[in-house]
Every structure is written in C-alpha cells, then in structure tokens.
Design a protein around this ligand. Structure first.
Ligand code: ATR
Length: 275
C-alpha cells in the first residue's frame, strides 16, 4: 500500500487554523487521498521544519503569518504571483523534486470578490486600508482588474508610499494617510491587522459610495469590527475573509493535485459552522 501524500500549514500561532478542515473537505469532495495537518512553527524553527517536512516526502506546504515573507528561501523556483507579492503562501514539490513557491492569496481574494459575490472591480474606485504583507499580496491582482482608482491608506504613510513605488510599473496607485482621504470609494478592503483586535483605522462616515462594498481580509467567528463598520455605513455587502481563505486554499489544492475543488459547498458549510 502506498503512503498517503502529506500536506501541512505552518504558522505561529496556528491553533485556530481552518486550513486542515478546508483541505480535508476538498479531499473528500474530489476523492483525493491525502493528509493535511497544522503545525505551530515559529520563525526561528521554520528552516528546519521545512527541510524535515520535504526530506520526509511531504508534497506541499502552506505558510501563514509570520512565515509568508520567509518562505521564498525554500523555493527552487518562484511563480510570477509570488515574485509580485514578494511573499510565498504555498510550496509545492514538483515531479522533478524541485520546490515551487507560489502565492494564492491574490487570486483567492479576486475569486471571492468577483465570482462568489459579483462585486465589480473594473472601473471601480478601490481603497485598501493598511500597507503590510497582506496588502502587498493583493495589489498586483487588483491593478490587473483595471480599477478606476486604487488608493492605499495607512497609519504610517511611508509604508503605503513604498508599496505605491514598488508597484508603480503595473498601474496607477496612490498612497495616503487616513486623514487625507477625501473621495468616496465603491470597494473598501481592510488589510490591516487592526480589525480582529476590535480596532479600526479612522475613516470618515461618508467615505463609502452609495451601494459600495466592504471586505475584511481577516475573518473570525463573529463579525469583525470592519464588517460591522460596513454594515453601519450602508454597505450593500460587508464581508469578512472566510471566502478568500477557502478560495486561496482551492488554488493551492489545484497546484498540488491538479484538481479544482468546488468551493461553494465548503464556504457554505464553514459559514454554517460559525453561526
Ligand atoms: P500583515 O502581514 O497582516 O499585513 P503587518 O505587515 O504587520 O501584517 O501589517 C499590519 C498593517 O495593519 C499595517 O499596515 C499597520 O499599520 P502601520 O503600518 O501603520 O503599523 C496596520 N495596523 C495595525 N494596527 C492598526 C491600527 N490599530 N490602526 C490602523 N492600522 C493598523
């Protein structure tokens, strides 16, 4: 009998990760035989954990906070999406034994916004809150959608400016502080880490255009502070990042197994489980 293919997510902390559940559901749905586990791996132990995992025959890894900006070191080859994001959330052992580093966060967000929720991005005015790793991962795919405007607002202006400079070749991108935001947006994406702690960037009450949408890249069992902000400010949709989580996992699953799972029933099930 052949050994079961092994996959894992490494991160720190990791105990609330939904990834093992999601990949377990994908495997069941597609009839793929695999095991996927979560491992608490602090940054200082990351190298040895990755080396051991692949030396033991592991097929693929997801890397989450705080390891995404470190994981590229273990790739023999980086996909375009990882090069653009300067971060790797998926490592895949290829048939020749080499390790591919990729980033499925951006496509995960786009699929959830545009396919699952039919939120138009083309010609929309888009505001991204925050200028950390999460923002870096989504700027290039957002610019590819040809928005009317893409603005990054951050508490520390220099970090937003650095991202705007870095991605300037891909399209028009503006950086500003929260106090300088003086127009309205059709889509506001929260990519700060503030919302899970119940905190919010300071936003003017009239910043969301009529019928606009709010999306928090973070997710929790309860609505996040930003999802509640959107609901209070008349958003036609105010969502958290559970759908993005499932979609980025589906893209990783496809990279590893060559099979695309149906994400809809998995998102529905996880939504039911948290209410
Ligand atoms: P991640 O990889 O999740 O993006 P990060 O790189 O630490 O994490 O970035 C966190 C982002 O959340 C930053 O943009 C941070 O703002 P600063 O760059 O000014 O630090 C933002 N952030 C965190 N807490 C915040 C708060 N209470 N209000 C506003 N922004 C906050």
């Amino acid at each position: 009998m052949t050994a079961i293919d092994q996959y894992a997510v490494f991160g720190h902390p990791i105990n609330h990760s939904k990834s093992p559940r999601i990949h377990g559901l994908f495997a069941e749905q597609t009839g793929q035989r695999l095991q996927y586990r979560a491992a608490d791996v602090p940054a200082e132990l990351f190298r040895s954990a990755v080396e051991t995992f692949f030396a033991d025959g592991g097929k693929g890894l997801n890397c989450t906070v705080p390891l995404k900006e470190l994981a590229w070191q273990f790739a023999d080859r980086l996909g375009d999406r990882a090069l653009l994001a300067k971060a790797v959330n998926t490592l895949a052992r290829q048939t020749d034994g080499r390790i591919l580093g990729d980033n499925t966060d951006g496509v995960g967000l786009l699929n959830d916004l545009t396919i699952n929720h039919r939120i138009p991005l083309r010609a929309s005015r888009i505001l991204v809150l925050g200028a950390g790793g999460a923002t870096r991962g989504i700027v290039a795919p957002l610019l590819e959608q040809a928005p009317a405007q893409l603005v990054i607002a951050n508490r520390t202006l220099e970090k937003a400016e650095a991202i705007a400079d870095e991605f300037a070749d891909l399209g028009e991108l503006h950086a500003c502080g929260y106090a300088d935001l003086n127009s309205r947006f059709d889509v506001i994406l929260n990519a700060t880490s503030a919302s899970l702690g119940g905190d919010l960037p300071p936003l003017a009450d009239d910043i969301l255009a009529d019928g606009g949408c709010c999306y928090d890249l973070a997710y929790a069992n309860q609505p996040t502070a930003f999802v509640n902000w959107g609901l209070r400010h008349g958003a036609s949709l105010s969502l958290d990042g559970l759908g993005m989580l499932v979609e980025q996992a589906a893209e990783a699953f496809y990279l590893w197994r060559g099979v695309r799972p149906d994400t809809r029933p998995v998102i529905d099930l996880l939504n039911r489980e948290r209410t």
